[in-house]
Ligand binder design. Structure first.
Ligand code: SAM
Length: 296
């Protein structure tokens, strides 16, 4: 779809444009009409995973040529794509799922295009973090999208410590292999605050797990949770502990007891960390036990 402009007697070829297209995060129906139209009309589609994108294209009868563009060929393929754009080709950029450039390849190409004056147009659509944030019910007026935390434990702990006084809602991406590690560290560093684990969004086995960090951790340990997941955590809510917090402090004491602490040690540890009285914690544990027995 190279754009040709008539200028007097000359026909000159302008540069192409990069169309950044959001694609479904699960349900293939979550795609906009504009993205479908664009994928049909561009000269080339640069896809993170050509097999996955081909499935989408086949579903919608789109036959536009595909090329791969992923983290391992980002530099070399990026140069080729830039050359084609300069020659006048229009290119659509898509990732595995959701919005390219967000924890996905694309940012570098977008930045380079902008630097050299090639037009970039973003076609909005699904993104896992926004879907999870909205379904979480936690404050959306102010939040931090933090993507994937570092894989190495020491770096992850450091990153969590930096966020420990953050009042805004926190949003993380995480893989099923590392989710338990993330929650254990978060419980330790951020305290037992409210969170939501949004799993397999828009897919057949979508599941939204709500509770305190220790409760979600417990649920996680009951049965391995698979699939793709987003973690949304409440920011610091101020010095006053909410009722949910008190209940969840009780769960946290019980969790430490299962990890081998005596009740006294667990209570002392949480009391010190949270600046609450041991007496209140004993009461909280009692309440959690009663509500569990009642099956609340
Ligand atoms: N660019 C994508 C976006 O806009 O959502 C994110 C890509 S990132 C490489 C992949 C991560 O997004 C997964 O590890 C998971 O944390 C999250 N994710 C993607 N699809 C998801 C889904 N259907 N349900 C829950 N989380 C999902």
């Amino acid at each position: 779809m190279a754009f040709w402009a008539l200028k007097g007697y000359h026909i000159s070829m302008s540069e192409g444009k990069l169309f950044v297209c959001a694609t479904p995060i699960g349900n293939l129906k979550d795609i906009t009409l504009r993205v479908l139209e664009t994928l049909k009309e561009v000269d080339l589609i640069a896809a993170e995973d050509t097999r996955r994108t081909r499935k989408l294209l086949t579903r919608y009868g789109i036959k536009t040529p595909l090329t791969s563009y992923h983290e391992h060929n980002e530099v070399t393929r990026g140069k080729e794509l830039l050359r084609k754009l300069k020659e006048g080709q229009d290119i659509a950029l898509v990732s595995d799922a959701g919005m390219p450039g967000l924890a996905d390849p694309g940012h570098r190409l977008i930045k380079t295009c902008l630097e050299v004056g090639i037009g970039v147009e973003v076609l909005p659509g699904p993104s896992a973090f926004l879907t999870a944030l909205v379904v979480s019910g936690l404050p959306t007026d102010s939040f931090i999208y933090r993507g994937f935390l570092p894989r190495k434990r020491g770096e992850r702990v450091r990153a969590l410590k930096e966020l420990s006084n953050e009042k805004r809602t926190l949003v993380f991406y995480e893989s099923p292999h590392r989710i338990e590690g993330l929650l254990v560290d978060a419980l330790e560093i951020l305290g037992d605050r409210r969170m939501v684990l949004a799993r397999e969004l828009t897919k057949k086995f979508e599941e939204i797990i709500r509770g305190s960090i220790s409760q979600v951790l417990e649920r996680l340990r009951e049965g391995k949770l698979k699939g793709e997941m987003v973690v949304v955590m409440e920011g610091v809510v101020g010095k006053e502990k909410s009722l949910v917090d008190i209940g969840s402090l009780g769960s946290r004491v019980m969790w430490l007891m299962r990890e081998g602490f005596t009740r006294r040690e667990a209570v002392r540890k949480i009391a010190e960390e949270e600046g609450v009285s041991p007496r209140m914690l004993y009461e909280a544990v009692k309440r959690v036990k009663i509500s569990r027995e009642k099956g609340d």
